[in-house]
Design a protein around this ligand. Sequence first.
Ligand SMILES: *Cc1c(COP(=O)(O)O)cnc(C)c1O
Length: 224
Amino acid sequence: MRSVESNLAVIRDKITQSCKKVGRDPRDIKIIAVTKYSTIERTKEAMEAGITHLGENRDQEFLNKYEALGNEPTWHFIGTLQSRKVKNIIDKVDYIHSLDRLSLAKEINKRANKTINCFVQVNVSGEESKHGLSPEDTIPFIESLQQYSNIRVIGLMTMAPHTKDEMILRSCFKKLRQLQQDIQLLSLNNAPCRELSMGMSNDYEIAIEEGATYIRIGTALVGE
Ligand SMILES: *Cc1c(COP(=O)(O)O)cnc(C)c1O
């Protein structure tokens, strides 16, 4: 397995190039190392290489990592979250990327002791296997979150279809960005919506060209 350090150097290089293409500042893109298949050792290696944001998609694996690594990294919960698991993780996570239903919002609001930064997950591609709200349902959903004072919608998250077709990927990211802009125009107090969590190992360069501010990278950074 290649070192995280060398993988990270390659990724940073590509980020710089993608930013250059569209006139963005590479410092505006945050790399979340998705460590769901990684050992604690490998995760520590990522932190030593300079990674500060870690992403996990299952509550139990997150708790294992948290127990070993504590709150030094910034923790992102990126996977489907069952409402009954919220209480186990809520005081340990910094960001939740998978807010996609009112019952979950209600539980987060109830269990949280502070404002929780959330991304609303949108199923832009409409694939049935994917979680998230349809684009049409997203704005009404965010408006209905105004009753939950512990939830701040800092952005939108999506997972692009599993394809190498650049047109399809680009169009998916563009739609998420358009939706973000529509939400920003509403100037909702609970939803500044400045961030876009999009782009994974296979598509982060396109995502950056289309406005991603958080990219979630597993395979290309820490290995499978
Ligand atoms: C696994 C996962 C990733 C990272 O996927 P890679 O293709 O390995 O980079 C990103 N986001 C979510 C929600 C994931 O579950």
